[in-house]
Design a binder for this molecule. Sequence first.
Ligand code: SF4
Ligand code: SF4
Length: 124
Amino acid sequence: MAPDILGLELQHALQRLAAEGWEVTVVITRAPGGRTDVGTLRVARWLVLGERRGIITAVGQQGGKGGAVLAYRITDDCQACGTCAESCPNQAIVEGARYHIDPERCEECGTCFDVCPAGAVVRE
Ligand code: SF4
Ligand code: SF4
């Protein structure tokens, strides 16, 4: 059964899912009418795709510290080669069957986008 993660802070939700072996795609959207503070992202939608695979849509709260929507995202094309994680200056990339970006550490430098040999990092 899928864990109940709706409303949880994104990073906690991802840690819980990773511990249970879930492969998760994260989609980050702005809060309606507000700016998105990447430090306060919360799980707004949780869609189970199949056996331990799912999609999280996370939104920021309105009136945050003025941070921006995370500019880069790792897609299902990720081959888990590790190149981006080795290149990231902020240790913001988390290993997994598919790697993902920790929004609390990422400073949107674009290095992962530049180095990924699979074209798996996309700019939002
Ligand atoms: S460099 Fe690309 S393919 Fe390799 S782990 Fe990072 S996102 Fe995945
Ligand atoms: S954009 Fe820069 S800081 Fe963010 S995950 Fe990619 S390499 Fe790391």
